[in-house]
Design a protein around this ligand. Structure first.
Ligand SMILES: NC(=O)NCCC[C@H](N)C(=O)O
Length: 258
């Protein structure tokens, strides 16, 4: 039986200092952000996901975007080396928590850089975005860690958004969703469904046909509901100001042994 735990991390009180790369900086309201984060965690719980809270890192403004610190494949956790140096202190507590949960732990080493947001798993295919925070050595180390476990690692260019998963994610049947102006090479994906909103490209699979999505993508939610899925919408506007999306606020752990 697959496990249904999800790593999360409380927003730092310095959230408004989080990095912005492709967006214009706009002020972040810490109180609203905390309320939105609680709503996100509540939606996970409502749909059967037990949250495991990583120790808060108040001095890491981007710590809430916990997805970037680790890539899971089966029971193996690859602790990343984030492309932004300011984010590297985020990984230690994540590693500790995953070891405690019984995962095998592996690491990305210098000169490699890899952000979890650049890794999209579709079955045993692991797409990795290269061009922003993840470099060629990071891609090579991802291959070395996961190909022996049965993964097929496919590197794809990313230049228009922060991470690969800012551009594309996948439905339960493997169809890749993306907002075309933000996807470098849509033809790299065997089945690609264009969506009308940038944040419509982001879905977290909650189980069955339920899809956690940002409330900022109502047209895509309608499109997906029409295809028989059940969108579960959450407000995450304060995190979107920092180039965050629904995927980056958690790491689902589906293959724990304990
Ligand atoms: N996986 C993600 O989409 N992470 C979002 C990270 C946003 C953060 N402000 C950053 O620039 O690193």
């Amino acid at each position: 039986m697959p496990s249904r735990k999800a790593l999360i991390r409380q927003p730092s009180s310095r959230l408004d200092e989080g990095l912005v790369t492709h967006l214009q900086r706009t002020p972040v309201d810490a109180v609203v952000a905390l309320r939105q984060w609680e709503g996100y965690v509540g939606a996970l719980a409502e749909h059967g996901w037990e949250s495991i809270e990583v120790a808060p890192a108040d001095d890491c403004p981007d710590g809430v975007f916990v997805e970037d610190t680790v890539v899971m494949f089966r029971n193996v956790a690859l602790i990343t080396r984030p492309g932004a140096a300011s984010r590297r202190p985020e990984t230690a507590a994540v590693e500790e928590e995953l070891a405690r949960l019984g995962c095998s732990v592996n690491w990305v080493w210098e000169p490699g850089t890899l952000d979890g947001g650049d890794v999209l798993k579709v079955g045993d295919t692991v797409y990795v975005g290269q061009g922003g925070r993840t470099n060629a050595a990071g891609v090579a180390q991802l291959r070395a860690a996961f190909e022996p476990l049965g993964a097929r690692v496919v590197a794809v260019p990313v230049s228009r958004v922060l991470h690969l998963k800012s551009a594309v994610t996948a439905l339960p049947d493997g169809t890749v969703l993306g907002h075309p102006p933000l996807v470098d090479v849509p033809t790299l994906f065997p089945r690609f469904l264009p969506v009308p909103e940038p944040s419509g490209a982001h879905v977290v699979l909650l189980g069955g046909g339920r899809l956690l999505m940002a409330a900022s993508a109502p047209k895509t939610a309608e499109l997906l509901a029409g295809l028989g899925y059940e969108p579960v919408l959450v407000e995450i506007g304060e995190f979107e100001k920092l180039e965050g999306c629904v995927t980056c606020l958690s790491v689902r752990l589906r293959d724990l042994y304990v």
